[in-house]
Design a protein around this ligand. Structure first.
Ligand code: PGA
Ligand code: ZN
Length: 419
C-alpha cells in the first residue's frame, strides 16, 4: 500500500489564459504528480461548481478560494489514504463536500485532486493510467481504443454560428488513420476558406474559427473539403454538430442566431431532420435545452439508427441522469467530462452507465483545457466510443490525440479493436 503523504496546490492558467487550480499529490515511493482543472465556456445548470473569486479574474488571485479549499478541507481528508484506492479517495472528496455539485470544496478542486490521485495511483501500481482507471471503474472495464472525432470548425465569436461546433467523425477506427483524416480535412478546409476570400484563424479548440453565415454553408464547405481529400461522406466520414441548445432557449423559442426567427422545438426538429437527410450528419449534441424533454424524445425517436442524439448539458456526466434519460428515450449518446461531475470515479460510473445501455459514449475535452492527456486514458479505460478532444491543432488538444497513438501501440487487435 502506498499512502498519500502530502496534498499541495497552486494557481496556474488554462489554455485560454484563465486561472485554474492545480493540485499536487505526494505519495510513498517518491511519487509527485500534479493535475489542473479544465473549464467549460458553455456550462450547464447540472455541472459541478467552479470555486473561485470571480471578481479577481483574470488574475491568478481568482484561485485563492480554491487554494484554501485544498489546504483546509481536502488535504486533511486525504493524507494517509491509499493512493491506489481511487474510489475511496473520491468518496472522501464527496463526503468532505457534503452536498450536491461540490459547492463547498469546488468542482474544480475535486476534479484536479481526483485526477492527480489517479495519476499517482497509476505510478504506485506500476500500470499504465488507463489500466489503473479500468480497475477503478464499477464494472470489469471494457478497455478499448476510442475513435477520435475532430472539431474541424467552430462558429467565430460574433458570427451567427457562435458556440456551434462542426465535427468530423472518421469511420476509420485505427487512431493513426483517423488522425490523418483529421489533419488532411483541416488543411483542405483552410484552402477552401482562403480560396473564398475568408480569413482563416485558429479556434481556441483547435478547429478553424469560421463565419460562413450559417450551419448549412459550413457543413457544405466541410463536406467539399473532405471530398478534396478523396473522402466520401457517409462512407469515410460523417459530420456532427454540437448546438449548445441551452444557450439559445428563450420564451419565444430557440433563438439560434443562424435562424431568421426563433423556432419552436417542433420546427427545429424538422430542421434537424432535413439536415440529416441532406448531409452525412450522424451526431447531434445538445440539440435542445435539458428541460425540453419532449423535444429530445421526439428527435431521438425519429433518428433511431440514423443519427445519435447526444446529451452533454442534458446529462452533465452523471450516471443517474444518464440512466434516467436513456430509459426515458431522450438520447442515445452521452458526453463524459470529468469536471462536469467532479471526480474520476463518477466519470467512470457515467461511462459504465452508457456502456450498460449500449449508447454512444464520448469522453470530451472542455474549451479551456490543460496540457494533460488524462481524458485519453479515461476514454480507453471506460470503453468510450469516441474521444472528442478538439481539432488536430494546438498542443492542449494534440496532447490528447498523441497519447492515443502511444496507447494504440500497446493494443493487440484482440485486446482493443472496435466492433
Ligand atoms: P464547453 O464545450 O464549452 O462546455 O467546454 C466543449 C465541448 O462540448 O466540446
Ligand atoms: Zn457540448
Amino acid at each position: 500500500m502506498r499512502l498519500i503523504r502530502e496534498v499541495g496546490a497552486r494557481a496556474v492558467f488554462d489554455s485560454n489564459g484563465i486561472p485554474a487550480i492545480e493540485v499536487e499529490i505526494v505519495a510513498d515511493g517518491g511519487i509527485r504528480v500534479a493535475e489542473s482543472a479544465p473549464r467549460g465556456s458553455t456550462t450547464g445548470e447540472f455541472e459541478a461548481y467552479v470555486l473561485e473569486d470571480a471578481t479577481a479574474l483574470p488574475t491568478l488571485a481568482a484561485v485563492a478560494p480554491a487554494l484554501t479549499s485544498v489546504l483546509d478541507l481536502v488535504r486533511p481528508a486525504l493524507i494517509g489514504r491509499d493512493v491506489c484506492d481511487q474510489r475511496a479517495v473520491d468518496t472522501a472528496l464527496r463526503e468532505v463536500d457534503g452536498g450536491a455539485y461540490f459547492r463547498r470544496i469546488g468542482g474544480n478542486v475535486a476534479v484536479a485532486t481526483s485526477m492527480a490521485v489517479a495519476q499517482a495511483g497509476a505510478l504506485a501500481s506500476g500500470r499504465a493510467l488507463y489500466r489503473h482507471l479500468a480497475e477503478s471503474g464499477s464494472g470489469p472495464g471494457p478497455v478499448r481504443l476510442p475513435v477520435p472525432m475532430f472539431n474541424i470548425a467552430d462558429g467565430a465569436v460574433g458570427s451567427n454560428t457562435v458556440y456551434t461546433e462542426f465535427l468530423l467523425l472518421p469511420t476509420a477506427t485505427e487512431p493513426a488513420v483517423a488522425l490523418d483524416q483529421g489533419v488532411r480535412v483541416r488543411a483542405a478546409l483552410a484552402a477552401r476558406l482562403t480560396g473564398k476570400g475568408h480569413r482563416c484563424s485558429d479556434s481556441t479548440q483547435g478547429g478553424w474559427s469560421v463565419d460562413l453565415g450559417g450551419c448549412e454553408a459550413t457543413m457544405e464547405l466541410i463536406v467539399a473539403a473532405a471530398e478534396d481529400c478523396g473522402l466520401v461522406g457517409g462512407q469515410d466520414f460523417h459530420l456532427g454538430l454540437d448546438l449548445s441548445g441551452a444557450e439559445f432557449a428563450t420564451p419565444a423559442g430557440y433563438a439560434f442566431p443562424w435562424l431568421e426567427e426563433p423556432l419552436s422545438a417542433a420546427d427545429l426538429t424538422r430542421r434537424y431532420l432535413d439536415w440529416v437527410d441532406r448531409y452525412p450528419l450522424t451526431f447531434l449534441e445538445d440539440a435542445f435545452e435539458p428541460a425540453d424533454e419532449a423535444a429530445w424524445h421526439g428527435l431521438r425517436a425519429r433518428l433511431v439508427n440514423r443519427a445519435a442524439v447526444v446529451g452533454d448539458d442534458l446529462f452533465a456526466s452523471d450516471a443517474e441522469r444518464i440512466d434516467r434519460g436513456v430509459r426515458a428515450g431522450l438520447a442515445d449518446g452521452a458526453l463524459i467530462k470529468p469536471n462536469q461531475v467532479g471526480t474520476v470515479t463518477q466519470a467512470l460510473d457515467a461511462l459504465d452507465a452508457g456502456a450498460r445501455h449500449g449508447i454512444t459514449t464520448v469522453v470530451s475535452q472542455r474549451s479551456g483545457e490543460t496540457a494533460s492527456a488524462f481524458i485519453t486514458h479515461l476514454a480507453v479505460a471506460g470503453g468510450a466510443t469516441w474521444l472528442k478532444a478538439g481539432g488536430p491543432a494546438r498542443m492542449d488538444r494534440i496532447a490528447k490525440f498523441n497519447e492515443l497513438l502511444r496507447i494504440a501501440e500497446e493494443f493487440t487487435p484482440a485486446d482493443g479493436s472496435h466492433g
